[in-house]
Design a binder for this molecule. Sequence first.
Ligand code: UDX
Length: 432
Amino acid sequence: MVGAGYVGLTSAACLAHLGFRVTCVDNDVAKVDRLCAGEVTIAEPGLADLVVAGRTRSRLDFTTDITTLAGVDLVLLCLPTPMGPDGACNLDVFESTLAILGGVLRPGCVIVTKSTVPLGTAGRVPRLLGRADLPVVSNPEFLREGHAVEDFLHPDRVVIGADAAYRDAAEEVAALYAETGAPVLHTDPATAEVTKYASNAFLAIKASYVNVLAELCERVGADVTEVTHAMGLDDRIAPDFLTAGPGWGGSCLPKDTSALLRAAEEAGVDFALVRDAVKANARQQATVVRKVRCAVTGSADGSLVGARIGILGLAFKAGTGDLRDSPAIAIVEALARQGAILTAYDPAVGAAVGLGIHGVGVVSDPYLVAEDAAALVVLTEWPEFRTLDWTALARAVRHPVVVDMRNVLDAAELATAGFRRVGLGTSAEPMA
Ligand code: UDX
């Protein structure tokens, strides 16, 4: 395994759990030292136990020395492929690692790309390796942060893309997942690469669809939660990804929609649906900012200068402390730019994490965000926000209003505590 991020480490620990002997290489010395000591700093449920078990059974090694991969049968690439400022995938780490691996691996070693890479990358791998004798297989990961172990061990499907000449290599990769019992789809590399982007872009479209639907519901007097519940009972639609929120984010959906749009443009395809989903996502963040401004000032164009606002939730979704491309961060930044003074709490983000945004402090106690606040704003759907002592929070705030942009709180309970709740997609709360 090359790369010990949440995909690489989860894959390594799960494969060790499934009985394989795994060496995981990462160039971060401190991380490798911690992993060798059985310390896992990535908050993935079940991961730490699997790492410790893998170490105890001598099936899982960590090293910074890539030459230890010289004799392995398969190399799985789980390297970062971040989005650059121009929206393109940055392949620097991926490419330089392949150049090194080309000088290290034994003849016939199977190269498996798990990282999400631009369409057509599989075809370039032999040249990047400087080797034509290594079979190349594309095996995209579909691991959700916060559910990565569960997703690896119980995948909905495994997609394996290889040219016909590499059928044996594809079978070797399929064998890695045999124990999971998941359906394995054998295809060509281009189809495997597109499948990854197509899945994530479709999820982004689904989530944006619901956010625009929420706006419509507010304007026509309907309730988006009831609408999406009814929609989700249709097997053809399915209930997942039908929750209105402040917009989608994280390390994958923004990057993958951008990469798909770029690939479509290069191929001369106008993928307006994906473009509109991205635009709707940016609009959703602006909508949340407007809702907060309305709740605090009573008008859509009131001034937020000097207004104290308490933020509940910074991560891009519950179950992770990941702030990458989090809509909450974009919203907090926008509110701070408009002069608000913000105090934020997230159960997975320590107070030591300075966001580096002027006017924004992070605290480690949810009750501290309420002090003298003109509004509280929920931006991540942590279930524990439901069970906060809302009566105590009502006593601490200056203005008892909660802008619940994940629709996680119970309006009646909040009303009993003395709060007014502003939700998303219900007629009671018209759009700002
Ligand atoms: C995603 C894909 O789901 C996974 O298969 C892929 O390989 C990696 O990218 P992840 O980034 O962990 O996983 O997040 P995911 O659970 O998909 O959520 C993405 C974003 O959509 C979050 O910001 C979430 O809050 C938002 N979302 C999700 C909604 O706004 N509404 C929903 O109904 C569901």
